[in-house]
Design a protein around this ligand. Structure first.
Ligand SMILES: Cc1cn([C@H]2C[C@H](O)[C@@H](COP(=O)(O)OP(=O)(O)O[C@H]3O[C@@H](C)C(=O)[C@@H](O)[C@H]3O)O2)c(=O)[nH]c1=O
Length: 187
């Protein structure tokens, strides 16, 4: 696996290294030892699949507050997404900066999202499937979110938004939750 740290410390784009033969290829997609060597948490407690029917569908921006903050290892196993993360660690030099990357069935790319980051993505093709492993149990009582179009972040989504959950249409903007977020994200 090839680990490339993004502009946001601790978050990584992970590419596979294919071993091809007459049948196709083989590639390692996760390894506890390699994760540890690069300083990534190797803990996985749940694995999730999300299927989105329609191009333009938006999911995010989501996070869990400590003590249930979670790492995510995100992959797009069918179709294509534009994935964006926002650094919500108050002590970080890149607090409130974001990073975006395209993940697709063709590029086999994964994104490792550290704890205390917001995460979201837009689906770029019909019938897109994401598959991701998380480092903490789903804990709805600690769930938080920000609007995908929060003016604070000026995120650049490539296409028109066609579908959004009710929950994701109701997150308060960063401006409104700033104090609470900084307090709860401080460790
Ligand atoms: C995330 C999650 C949801 N659910 C349930 C709650 C609800 O009934 C249904 C759909 O949940 P949501 O609307 O939150 O699903 P979704 O909007 O796809 O949520 C996901 O979005 C991306 C961007 C992330 O980063 C993920 O961590 C996760 O928050 O599934 C679980 O049972 N376990 C889980 O881990």
């Amino acid at each position: 696996m090839k680990f490339t740290e993004t502009n946001l410390k601790g978050s990584y784009v992970i590419d596979i290294e294919k071993k091809g033969d007459n049948r196709g290829f083989f590639a390692r997609a996760f390894c506890q030892n390699e994760f540890k060597k690069h300083g990534l948490s190797p803990t996985i407690v749940q694995g999730n699949i999300a299927f989105s029917k329609k191009k333009g569908t938006m999911r995010g921006m989501h996070f869990q507050y400590p003590p249930a903050a979670e790492t995510k290892l995100v992959r797009c196993t069918r179709g294509k997404i534009l994935d964006i993360i926002i650094d919500l660690r108050p002590e970080s030099n890149t607090f409130l900066d974001h990073f975006s990357v395209e993940l697709s069935e063709d590029n086999y790319r994964a994104l490792y999202v550290p704890e205390r980051y917001a995460h979201g993505y837009q689906v770029l093709e019909d019938n897109t499937e994401t598959s991701y492993q998380v480092g903490e149990f789903y804990t709805p009582s600690t769930e938080g979110g920000l609007p995908f179009d929060d003016p604070q972040f000026n995120l650049s989504w490539p296409i028109e938004v066609t579908e959004l959950s009710e929950k994701d249409s109701q997150w308060e903007t960063f401006d409104k939750i700033k104090d609470e977020l900084i307090q709860r994200m401080s460790i």
